[in-house]
Design a protein around this ligand. Structure first.
Ligand code: HEC
Ligand code: HEC
Length: 257
């Protein structure tokens, strides 16, 4: 009898274990989505002549980075909960287009991975099979989690300038700025003096009017433009940007060596 009981318990444990491993396994479609998410060539389908070298993973976490922070500051929010959002780009992508555009990722696919200008982007131009795979992946990793709650900030030109001027007038902490740089900017600007996907910011000769440059830069960080992603205020606060700018100013003035 006792033998039978321990046998039943062992059988139950095995069943539970098999169930758990199965639950963790992704479908083929979701697995393809995971691989695309990390691949700047999109499985070799993106023309190398236009590829930027960026992958979705450079700007979005595929885990809850608020609950389990890894220290990296990504320009976009986590993709946890994307399928539940129902619309993207502040309501510009909705209805049947929402899934077809991979929950808004189709915009990023053209703009950030292939440098297609914002005005020419068609968010549903991503191959249907890839959009489906990405959505299947987002669905699989979202199970039971709502994901980040945020309001899409779409600033017009005037609001960007206003934000830039406000930030440029603030005092920043250079040490914090350097650290924030490492967490947020290195993917594209390896150091202030070295170009990567982003341009070289600090040159041998400082600009004639550093204040003016700082104001332009503050506007660019908050507002984005070309391949430079915008940083919303729940991702980098005004003070964070002021700290980064204080650091860059110090580098430009050549006081820190
Ligand atoms: C250079 C950075 C960058 C890259 C690369 C990038 N994104 Fe984005 N993405 C953003 C930013 C910034 C937003 C604005 C909304 C936000 O903060 O999530 C955004 C928005 C989105 C949204 C919609 C959010 C909403 O509610 O409107 C989705 C979904 C998304 N991206 C998925 C992707 C996928 C999939 C890829 C890869 C094909 C990708 N992104 C590549 C920066 C990027
Ligand atoms: C996904 C890549 C990417 C990331 C991440 C990124 N940048 Fe950029 N950045 C660029 C590109 C590309 C340009 C050039 C844009 C252009 O041509 O207008 C640029 C331009 C800039 C400019 C404007 C320079 C000028 O003189 O016009 C500033 C300032 C800047 N980046 C600062 C930052 C800071 C600070 C961070 C981190 C908070 C950051 N960038 C993160 C890609 C990036």
């Amino acid at each position: 009898m006792r033998k039978f009981v321990s046998f039943s318990i062992a059988a139950m444990l095995i069943t539970v274990l098999v169930f758990l491993t199965q639950a963790q396994q992704l479908s083929d479609k979701a697995q393809l989505g995971r691989e695309l998410f990390h691949d700047p060539t999109f499985k070799g389908t993106i023309n190398p002549k236009v590829a930027t070298g960026l992958s979705c993973a450079n700007c979005h976490a595929d885990f809850d980075d608020e609950d389990e922070p890894d220290g990296v500051i990504r320009a976009g929010h986590s993709v946890i909960g994307v399928p539940q959002r129902g619309s993207a780009k502040g309501g510009m992508i909705k209805g049947a287009d929402f899934a077809r555009a991979a929950g808004g990722g189709g915009f990023c696919y053209q703009h950030f991975l292939q440098k297609i200008p914002e005005s020419k982007v068609n968010p549903t131009a991503i191959p249907a099979e890839h959009a489906e795979a990405l959505m299947a992946y987002f669905e699989a990793i979202s199970e039971g989690k709502k994901g980040p709650q945020f309001e899409m900030q779409m600033l017009d030109a005037a609001a960007k300038t206003e934000a830039g001027e406000k930030i440029a007038a603030m005092t920043g902490d250079t040490k914090k700025g350097w650290e924030l740089w490492g967490r947020a900017c290195v993917v594209c600007h390896p150091t202030p003096k070295k170009a990567g996907i982003g341009i070289q910011l600090v040159r041998t000769r400082p600009p004639r009017d550093i204040d003016k440059t700082i104001t332009r830069w503050a506007t660019k960080i908050r507002g984005g433009g070309s391949l430079m992603p915008f940083y919303a205020s729940d991702i980098l606060s005004d003070q964070d940007i002021a700290d980064i700018l204080a650091f860059l100013r110090e580098q430009m003035e050549g006081t820190a060596r």
